[in-house]
Design a protein around this ligand. Structure first.
Ligand code: PGA
Length: 254
């Protein structure tokens, strides 16, 4: 039986996604005992992390969850600028407190199969990811699963696509962006209970169309998400431009 179709919401602007994302987190924290929540990094989530920092400080969202995230550059320990953990704790300082308290499980920053297996095992011991936030690359990648990545992968070390390095270039200037990262695999991502993917801006429109209406195939890693069955997609109007909502309705009809 095919998985239930993703729920797609087209928002007037990116900021409109923030209350929805916070509600998703609130809901998962209320419904589970210390759920594991996996965050995504990148410009897409900057606004959410600012708001989340406020909520965590004010108690609007309790800290009774365990945080983790999708991926980390090889050789970027948490304190190293440019890395994903560094971005998360800078953008949302309460996550830094959680890291210090052991309530934030960072993705290993080493090319070491045993460390990656131990990380995956730790996530399983914590009950598995209950809520996974996701961005999408303009080439259709999710986390660092670049086009061509098999759908059955777990945590692994990925080589970044040129487009991905180009998009990351500004954060590493005057240096070069990294070439390799430890990433959740597509199978890791599909194992989460609930997925919420955000895409904003015209540069994402082709990738969004590939994800929602292209062939489910490794050429567009995000297309694998259509196999999940509990996926919410939040788009702004620009990112939704290539997505034909009418065709989607027609193909969803019995
Ligand atoms: P962005 O990155 O949020 O910076 O656009 C998303 C991604 O590449 O997955």
């Amino acid at each position: 039986m095919p998985a239930p179709a993703p729920e797609i919401r087209v928002l007037p602007a990116a900021e409109a996604a923030v209350p929805t994302l916070l509600d998703e987190l609130r809901r998962v924290v209320a419904a589970n005992e210390r759920p594991l929540v996996s965050f995504a990094t990148g410009g897409t989530f900057t606004g959410m992390f600012t708001a989340l920092a406020r909520e965590l400080r004010d108690g609007g969202i309790g800290r009774d969850f365990v945080a983790t995230h999708l991926d980390e550059y090889v050789d970027f320990p948490p304190a190293r600028a440019g890395g994903m953990v560094h971005e998360l704790v800078t953008g949302c300082p309460p996550l830094g407190d959680m890291l210090a308290a052991g309530a934030f499980v960072p993705v290993p920053h080493v090319d070491d199969a045993a460390a990656l297996a131990a990380h995956a095992q730790k996530l399983r011991e914590l009950g598995g990811v209950k809520l996974q936030l996701l961005g999408i690359g303009r080439n259709g990648h999710i986390a660092f699963n670049e086009p061509g990545t098999a759908f059955d992968t777990g945590f692994h070390v990925a080589t970044l696509a040129e487009a991905t390095r180009q998009d990351a270039r500004a954060r590493f200037l005057p240096g070069e962006p990294p070439r390799r990262a430890v990433t959740s695999g597509i199978a890791t991502i599909l194992a989460a209970d609930r997925l919420v993917l955000c895409a904003f801006g015209a540069a994402k429109a082709d990738a969004v169309r590939g994800m929602l209406q292209g062939e489910v195939a490794t050429g567009c890693p995000a297309s694998a998400l259509r196999r999940h069955g509990n996926l919410l997609v939040l788009l702004d109007r620009e990112a939704a431009r290539g997505f034909d909502a009418a065709a989607d309705q027609a193909s969803a009809a019995p």
